[in-house]
Design a binder for this molecule. Sequence first.
Ligand SMILES: [Zn+2]
Ligand SMILES: [Zn+2]
Length: 212
Amino acid sequence: MHIETFQVGPLACNCTIVADLASKRAIVIDPGGDFDAIRARLEARELGVDAIVHTHTHIDHVGCTAELQRLTGAAASIHEGDRLLYDMLPVQAEWLGMDLPQRADIDGNLVDGRAIRAGALELGVLHTPGHTPGSCSFVVANDGQTVVLTGDTLFRRGIGRTDLGGIDTDTLVRSIRSKLLTLPDDAIVVAGHGPTTTIGDERERNPFLRPA
Ligand SMILES: [Zn+2]
Ligand SMILES: [Zn+2]
């Protein structure tokens, strides 16, 4: 299994390519911008894309979904709970003074407990609402090691804000405790922004997750 994470767009969203190198099939997570850079990385390994998935539909995570979909013909998926936020992209663009992304043809196929497949690759979907109603985390096994992509739900030593079309902090922390902190301590956390961490590290040191 091959996993590469790199920053895209003006808000430095972490975009991740997860690939089964044997079959050369890949899933792209959060193509937030810099379409040419994403395409170059796919071409460098001759990867075909079977699915484009999104941890949530804030503008910085969906910036070049449409271009990538046109290039690859892949399905682009969100959790249905984030449909309204996606429809509000013009408003989001105004909030942040960003260019309005082209509209992709998205489906609501991200459902808690379902797996998204590409070649031998299986990406598990966890619905982790709070930062937005349809926020999801994705779990993949890499050589026996669990990797979880948490979007803007869980950061190194931080959690997501909930004032941009989100629910509330209680819901968000409940999602983290019930869906993410049940993963192994050595599970690697790839957050939506900033550095990677581990579940064990955040369980112990994240100020928002300390036992009351
Ligand atoms: Zn966000
Ligand atoms: Zn973000």
